[in-house]
Design a protein around this ligand. Structure first.
Ligand SMILES: Cc1ncc(COP(=O)(O)O)c(C=O)c1O
Length: 460
């Protein structure tokens, strides 16, 4: 498939509304009727919702229950004008954020000294933690050429943080079970190491890194240790309570100095919030920004943004109250049960090999067939799986949206059909399969530039 054909395929995916009457390049002279706007939005968004409502999208929508969504929407409508940048006008925003931090701290076995912030998502929480450790290392240890150590399964946000903040990312290897290798981490510590990172669990395979071993190394060497629990931090504590085998991964381990954890994933809050926690106030001070020299007056902000949508922390707070511990436990039970069904189906297919062991992610590859073409055949049947790289693979992250009757069985039958189709025509490459294929074989820098051109095209 050449580039032009590839772009045509992408056009279908990313720009399906270009020819619609309600497509604008300029602000219309006269305002459009509210009902017309709402009708158009309802039309396109309800069509887009079909996929996840059928339980066919990996991750992405973590709760999906209509009543829960409507409740969150009414909370957001109530707080739509709140801006946490003005805590004097909206002290309720401070209250919501403080209480989220406190509830999450307790869930993660933290004490009264733990401090934290609400951010816009996992990536911002990670960016802030990395920036915090860079600044702390500069002030406390005079480090001018900072390095941070993370396993190759850590989220891309760590590489992004390194690019943004001028830090050298030191990537460590994985063991055979796809978990971080503590020995490799230990070997790569230098006098410039500002922090160590591990995941509980990682995005690609859903595997929990050996957090307690790494915690011991970090404590021994006196190096900050960030646990990225963005994806599963809101699920693991409840999974453990209902009897799943979940190792310690939080503030119960003395070497863990910070944790990122997303309310907008298994916390079941609407998109747009995450929490970053630090073991004490001495660390978080390096995250905050304050200036008293600005002509605009005294200014401070705890996180990256200035003005922030106060509706989102309000909805995250309300979501945690609505769920309660019992709701989270029940959610975890259903998700773990569904995951175990799907894992068994995948395990029973000779053409596929599971990658790593996880409570809620099913990652797999194929030693016989093009795994990206299998993913593409699943897309043709309405499924949205996540492609993985190095090694090639795909994953399906199970959420409450997949715990409805019949979803695992449909996944099983569609996956079997997809395998058959690829077996019949093993050379075929359609949709995004060739893009993944190319990414696996071309030099990384060239592919990165190509991807940036595609991003530029997407937004133009
Ligand atoms: C382990 C992990 N960390 C961080 C992130 C980034 O989260 P966000 O997409 O909210 O920025 C993700 C997202 O899937 C994740 O799985």
């Amino acid at each position: 498939m050449d580039i032009q054909e590839m772009m045509k395929e992408m056009e279908k995916i990313f720009k399906p509304y270009e020819t619609s009457e309600m497509s604008f390049r300029e602000i219309p002279e006269k305002g459009v009727e509210k009902t017309t706007i709402l009708t158009e939005m309802e039309k396109i968004i309800s069509k887009e919702s079909e996929k996840w409502k059928e339980g066919k999208v990996s991750g992405a929508v973590y709760h999906g229950g209509i009543e829960h969504i409507e409740f969150s929407n009414s909370v957001m409508a109530l707080a739509s004008q709140n801006n946490p940048l003005h805590p004097d006008v909206w002290p309720s925003s401070l209250k919501f954020e403080r209480e989220i931090v406190s509830m999450v701290t307790r869930m993660l076995h933290g004490d009264d000294f733990v401090r934290g912030s609400i951010t816009s998502g996992g990536t911002e929480s990670i960016l802030l933690a990395v920036k915090t450790y860079r600044d702390m290392a500069k002030v406390e240890r005079g480090i001018k050429e900072p390095e941070i150590i993370y396993p190759k399964s850590a989220h891309a946000a760590f590489e992004k943080a390194c690019q943004y903040f001028g830090i050298r990312g030191v990537v460590t290897g994985l063991r055979d079970d796809f978990s971080a290798d503590p020995e490799d981490i230990k070997e790569k510590i230098t006098k410039n190491t500002i922090g160590i990172v591990a995941s509980a669990p990682c995005f690609p395979y859903g595997v929990i890194d050996p957090i307690s071993d790494i915690s011991r190394i970090a404590e021994d060497k006196g190096i900050p240790f960030h646990v990225d629990a963005c994806l599963g931090g809101f699920l693991l504590p409840w999974a453990k309570e209902i009897g799943a085998d979940v190792p310690d991964f939080d503030f119960s381990l003395p070497g863990v100095t910070s944790i990122s954890i997303d309310t907008h994933k298994y916390g079941f809050a609407p998109k747009g919030t995450s929490v970053v926690l630090y073991r004490n106030s001495e660390i978080i001070k390096h995250q905050y920004f304050a200036t008293s020299g600005w002509t605009g007056g005294i200014y401070f902000s705890p996180t990256m943004a200035g003005s922030r949508p106060g509706a989102l922390p309000a909805a995250a707070w309300a979501s945690m109250l609505e769920m309660g511990k019992s709701g989270y436990r029940e959610g975890a039970r259903r998700i773990l049960e569904t995951t175990s069904k799907i894992r068994k189906y995948v395990e029973s297919m000779d053409e596929l090999t599971l990658l790593g062991k996880s409570h809620f992610v099913v990652a797999f590859t194929s030693k016989k067939l093009n795994i990206y073409q299998i993913m593409e055949k699943m897309s043709e049947k309405g499924w949205s799986l996540n492609g993985l790289n190095h090694p090639p693979g795909v994953h399906f992250a199970v959420t409450l949206a997949h715990t409805r009757d019949g979803v695992p069985e449909k996944f099983d039958s569609d996956l079997r059909k997809s395998i058959e189709e690829v077996e019949k025509n093993p050379g075929e490459e359609t949709g995004t399969a060739p893009v993944y294929g190319m990414a696996a074989t071309f030099p990384e820098d060239a592919i990165n530039e190509l991807i940036k051109s595609v991003v530029e095209w997407m937004y133009s």
